[in-house]
Design a protein around this ligand. Structure first.
Ligand SMILES: [Zn+2]
Length: 146
């Protein structure tokens, strides 16, 4: 690392996003290295490690905005809604997603929305340094450069 980035990072947002390779935040927001502070987890869940990372971003980097980024076609949410056998760790990992989705709801995109809102709420409940304001937004028909 050299140049400006070697001197520090000035991210303008922190993002908890899915590990899905199709939704990299730097591509979605068309930004350069150093502009976003990103934590990835299957199903954009606010695990403790991700919450701690966001607390660091707020307290030490002055990040003013934290987002939880869900996405259409999420495999983790699909796994949580499905009835296919999962590995023990994956079964454990999808439990917060299942808990976030109302009983009887089987539609993937609605499940994604419930899960994303639940992760945002979990972030603020788990953290004393991250507050919640605002609501949710949908980015539809994402095509960069079109
Ligand atoms: Zn996903």
């Amino acid at each position: 690392m050299n140049g400006v980035l070697a001197e520090g990072q000035p991210p303008w947002a922190g993002i908890i996003t899915c590990a899905d390779s199709r939704v990299p935040p730097s591509w979605i927001f068309d930004v350069n290295p150093g502009q976003l502070f990103v934590v990835c987890s299957a199903g954009n869940m606010a695990f403790d490690d991700g919450v701690v990372s966001m607390e660091y971003a707020v307290a030490n980097l002055g990040v003013p905005l934290i987002m939880v980024l869900g996405h259409s076609g999420c495999g983790a949410v699909s796994a949580a809604l499905g009835d296919q056998p999962l590995t023990p760790l994956l079964e454990q990992s999808v439990q917060p997603i299942r808990a976030a989705i109302p009983s009887g709801l089987n539609e993937l995109e609605q499940g994604v929305e419930h899960n994303t809102r639940s992760a945002a709420a979990a972030l603020t409940v788990k953290s004393s340094g991250v507050g919640q304001r605002g609501g949710g937004w949908h980015i539809k028909n994402l095509r960069r450069g079109v």
